[in-house]
Every structure is written in structure tokens, then in C-alpha cells.
Design a protein around this ligand. Structure first.
Ligand code: ADP
Length: 341
């Protein structure tokens, strides 16, 4: 079950010559619970909309609980229509997203979190990439599983001075395929945000799945997010996906702190010359077109991949490398920006 499936069902019913899906003002799906806000063209239609919506939603498999509310058309609507909760004890919640997979989003999220920790902040890192949690491997936590205290509260793992939680810790072993249905993992992720004993944190960095799906939408409506970072590579910025990611954050009211250009160039170890393998200047042009900042550019360094696989991120293993310096500089910019607010 996904938001799309629900919208498709709602499109099967019409009220006042309008498909019900066109009247949806806001939609929130957490686990098997759905909350819908309909725009009400006319007060007398409330009953009809409710009945018709429920008549199609009862056939959506896996949906247990539906809550419907209305906002009158023409009336100023409160925005957002849902109540977003602030994470208790967390000063700044940052999400890291990308248009598509494989651009280095998790690598960036991990090294930025670690850089913030090295700057002296208390940092948590939540791996929300429910379709491919790679942070346990990057931090040497492959065998870590979820632990609870005597009050049944989830205790985060610790790595390099950070508190770490990953959907991957729920799997029986690292090789277990992620065959769980999306809604179940979504529920787990929401639980990780709210029910993990994060303690007091200056920054919680949340690594999102790539793209612009239900996870991003639901999170945006559930929790107050202070800023989003979008990771792209120079060649992918030309694709529509990264634009969609930026537009999505803007539409759901999450401030975009800026763009990070990953795999920006390669420095030849012999000559020291910089080679812009995937093109130069495109990310800057893109950012300018969208009124965004480029927070920094991270070079291609084979060592990044090696250290990630061995469980020690580059900021820890080679603090003097170009990429570690880039991550540290980006972390400083992010911290300054958020602390200034
Ligand atoms: P995503 O989270 O976007 O799917 P990952 O962070 O898992 O991407 O990175 C994909 C692969 O690219 C990994 O093997 C990672 O080590 C490697 N990688 C990421 N950034 C760089 C870089 N700047 N230089 C070299 N390898 C990188």
C-alpha cells in the first residue's frame, strides 16, 4: 500500500463532477494508519465525500485506520494541515536527500555527521534509507542489532562519538533482503525518530531514501525538519530527479540549506592536476537557478569507497585528505547557518 494506490482508489469516485483525489488537500500515511484532509467545495457535501472515500478505501489492502477531516474551500487553510512534532531534545534535525541512488548520499550524510561531531557538537545519525541501509557498513556496525533498555526504550548504537540508528539493525543478518513492505519500514523509521533514546543532541542527521516518495512526504508531515541537504553528482544534476527533490522539499515547507556536489573532480596523485571528469560548473548553475547555495564540492577519492567498506569514514581515517576537508568545511557552513536562526 502506498500513497499512490490510495490516490488511485480515490480517483474512482466523484463528487460534484470532481474526482475525490482532486479534492485531497493533504494526505499522511504512517504504517497502516491514513489521515486525509479534503477540501470541501460546499459544506453539504461532507457526508457524501466521507462515505464515498470510505467505500473505496475499505478495499485498499493493509489499511487499518482512516481518519478524515475537512477544510472549507475559499477559507484560509492553516498550513501545514497536520501538526508536526518537534523531536524532544534535538536542537536541529537535518535530512539528507538525493534525486536518485548511487550519488554518495549516505557517504555524505555519514561524513557530515562525523564532521559535526568533530566540531564538538552532540550528534545523532539515523539511517532512514529503508531500501538500502548502508550506514552500518560505513561505521563498522554490521553486526549491530536493535537493543532495548529495561523500560523497552530503544538504545542507539555508538560509533566515533555519535549515536547511530539504522533500519538495518532490525534485520536478522546483514544479508537479509529487505522484503518488508514499505509501510512497515516506515513505521519503524517513525519509531526510530521518536522512540529511540537519543538524549539531548545538537544535530540529528537523517539519511533519507533516494528520490521523492512516501517516506519523504510522510516524514515532512510528521516531524519538524530544520533543513534539507540535496546531494548530487555533476552529471546527475542535469537530470530531472534532483530538481524534483528540491521542489519536493520546498513544497512541503522544508528549508533547503543547499546542494552538495559529490564526485566533483579528481586530483591526479602524480601531477596534482584537477580533472572535472563529470563536467564543471553545472551544479553551481543549477543551484543559482533555484536560488540555492552550493555548500561544497567533494572530490572523487578512491579512498572514500575503501574506508566506507572497511567501516571507518574518511573524515576519521584521513582527516587531511581533500574530501575530509571538504566535509568539514560543509559541516561548518551548516552549523553556522542553523545556529544563526
Ligand atoms: P547513495 O547513498 O547515494 O546510494 P553511497 O553513499 O552508498 O550512495 O555511495 C555509493 C558508492 O560510491 C559507495 O561505494 C561509496 O563509497 C562511493 N562514493 C561516494 N562518494 C564518493 C567519492 N566522493 N569518491 C569516491 N567514491 C565515493
Amino acid at each position: 500500500m502506498a500513497v499512490k494506490e490510495i490516490m488511485d482508489s480515490l480517483a474512482k469516485q466523484t463528487v460534484n463532477n470532481k474526482k475525490l483525489s482532486e479534492l485531497v488537500k493533504d494526505i499522511k500515511l504512517v504504517g497502516d494508519k491514513l489521515e486525509l484532509v479534503f477540501m470541501l467545495p460546499n459544506k453539504s457535501l461532507e457526508k457524501e465525500i466521507r462515505e464515498k472515500a470510505l467505500s473505496v478505501l475499505k478495499d485498499v489492502e493493509g489499511l487499518q485506520d482512516v481518519e478524515i477531516s475537512f477544510t472549507e474551500m475559499g477559507q484560509p487553510v492553516q498550513s501545514p494541515a497536520f501538526h508536526r512534532t518537534r523531536l524532544p531534545g534535538v536542537k536541529h534535525l537535518i535530512v539528507v536527500g538525493s534525486g536518485k541512488g548511487g550519488v554518495g548520499k549516505s557517504t555524505v550524510a555519514t561524513n557530515i555527521a562525523l564532521s559535526l561531531s568533530k566540531l564538538g557538537y552532540k550528534v545523532g545519525l539515523l539511517d532512514g534509507d529503508i531500501y538500502g541501509p548502508s550506514i552500518p557498513t560505513m561505521l563498522g556496525l554490521k553486526n549491530q542489532r536493535v537493543e532495548v533498555d529495561k523500560f523497552n526504550r530503544i538504545i542507539p548504537a555508538e560509533a566515533f562519538g555519535m549515536k547511530v540508528m539504522s533500519v538495518g539493525f532490525l534485520l536478522p543478518s546483514e544479508d537479509t533482503p529487505l522484503i518488508w513492505r514499505g509501510p512497515m519500514l516506515m513505521k519503524a523509521l517513525t519509531q526510530f525518530l521518536f522512540d529511540v533514546k537519543w538524549g539531548s543532541l545538537d544535530f540529528l542527521v537523517l539519511d533519507l531514501p533516494p528520490g521523492t516518495g512516501d517516506v519523504q512526504l510522510t516524514l515532512a508531515q510528521t516531524v519538524e525538519i530544520d533543513g534539507a541537504i540535496v546531494v548530487t553528482t555533476p552529471q546527475d544534476v542535469a537530470l530531472a530527479d534532483v530538481k524534483k527533490a528540491v521542489v519536493m522539499f520546498k513544497e512541503v515547507g522544508i528549508p533547503v540549506l543547499g546542494v552538495i556536489e559529490n564526485m566533483a573532480y579528481f586530483v591526479c596523485p602524480e601531477s596534482g592536476n584537477k580533472y572535472y571528469i563529470f563536467g564543471k560548473g553545472r551544479v553551481l548553475a543549477f543551484a543559482q537557478a533555484y536560488g540555492l547555495k552550493v555548500l561544497g564540492s567533494v572530490p572523487i577519492e578512491p579512498e572514500i569507497a575503501e574506508t566506507s567498506d572497511s567501516g571507518v569514514p574518511i573524515v576519521e581515517s584521513s582527516a587531511n585528505s581533500q574530501s575530509a576537508k571538504a566535509f568539514l568545511s560543509i559541516a561548518k557552513i551548516i552549523a553556522e547557518e542553523l545556529e544563526r536562526r
